[in-house]
Design a protein around this ligand. Structure first.
Ligand code: PHE
Length: 355
């Protein structure tokens, strides 16, 4: 006779075992063999000499006589489940199509290949550059840490020009003045010093300005500037080049307007607006109800700039233009906060894969 306490103990152990059998049964039901290796792992785990089925069978000796029958049935059903699954999977694996020497079950879901994505600013930069490349512009790059001459002086910005102000420019040292470039015009100067006309370059790159960071502005952003110098280059060439760019970039229906402006390095200077593509010119929050979006600055290269770079302004003329990359990227992708571009949140970046 077993005492009541011991009987109770065995019953609790049996409960736990039955619970385990249920969990293992679930696992067996869900199992699909990917190949013969995974099938063999399954066999060893459940049906092997040291497998789960054997181990649970071993518990039989501890089961009180009264429970032996029903426990035995549960165990048997469990064993049969494991064996049946093994046989079924074995058959399925063996019947698979033989493709390139591997047995592949074409009905299994594929393994996802995680794909990277280009940054939206890179996507926009590439689009801009690619359009100008079709007009025979070539990409030129230059340093982000620059001296005063290439960022300011050679560009006809005199010593008292407000753009040099400490509030706008990040100076790394003041004597001699070394700074983070405030535009990619420094590359144009370097190119004019280095080579002879005709010059037809496009200068993409990162620039820095000491501005308060907000949804609309950042202390660093990206620009693409362009420069074309040759004999007889006129404002008409500038307009035609930019018309082409706008049509390619924003579509045939977009309207363009030039407004007179001022830059020390161009004369005459202009700013170019395009009709707002969101409201089609009727006025919305993005274009501040004007129907127009300002996208770039441009003009005919100032004779002093040519002289500063050793190019004869009597013989050569040229045009230059410069635009930000973030603004058109915001518009194109419907993004409302410029800070998203530099936060590197993968949930944001992932959305541009395959774009
Ligand atoms: N360098 C100017 C800027 O950063 C843009 C520009 C380039 C304007 C060339 C005119 C000509 O704002």
């Amino acid at each position: 006779m077993v005492s009541f306490a011991i009987l109770n103990y065995y019953l609790r152990i049996m409960d736990a075992i039955i619970n385990q059998i249920e969990n293992y049964s679930n696992e067996i039901n869900l199992f699909t063999a990917v190949d013969t290796d995974t099938l063999e792992q399954f066999r060893i785990r459940f049906l092997g000499v040291k497998g789960i089925v054997k181990a649970i069978m071993g518990e039989m000796k501890n089961v009180p006589v009264e429970q032996k029958k029903s426990f035995g049935q549960t165990l048997n059903a469990f064993k049969m489940l494991a064996e049946a699954k093994f046989e079924a999977e074995k058959e399925r694996i063996e019947s698979l199509n033989v493709v390139t020497g591997f047995k592949i079950d074409v009905s299994l879901p594929g393994m996802p290949i995680p794909s990277g994505s280009r940054h939206p600013v890179t996507l926009m930069r590439n689009r801009i550059v690619e359009i100008f490349e079709r007009l025979s512009f070539t990409v030129a790059e230059g340093p982000e840490i620059e001296d005063d001459w290439h960022n300011f002086t050679a560009l006809n910005l005199d010593e008292n020009h407000p753009a040099r102000d400490m509030q706008d420019t990040f100076y790394l040292s003041t004597d001699p003045a070394i700074l983070l470039r405030t535009h990619t015009s420094n590359v144009q100067i370097r190119e004019m010093e280095r080579s002879k006309p005709p010059i037809r370059i496009i200068c993409p790159g990162r620039v820095y300005r000491n501005e308060t960071i907000s949804a609309r502005s950042h202390c660093f952003f990206h620009q693409v500037e362009g420069l074309y110098i040759d004999e007889n280059v006129s404002f008409a060439d500038l307009k035609q080049t930019l018309y082409f760019f706008v049509k390619e970039m924003f579509g045939e229906d977009v309207k363009v307007r030039f407004r007179p402006s001022y830059f020390p390095f161009t004369e005459p200077s202009a700013e170019m607006d395009i009709s707002c593509m969101l409201c089609k010119g009727s006025g919305c929050a993005v274009c501040k109800r004007t129907g127009w979006l300002e996208i770039l600055g441009c003009g005919m290269v100032h004779p002093n700039v040519l002289k500063n770079c050793g190019i004869d302004p009597e013989k050569y003329t040229g045009f230059a233009f410069g635009m930000g990359v973030e603004r058109p990227a915001l518009l194109k992708y419907g993004i409302t906060d410029i800070r998203l571009f530099s936060e590197n949140d993968v949930r944001f970046l992932e959305q541009f894969s395959g774009v």
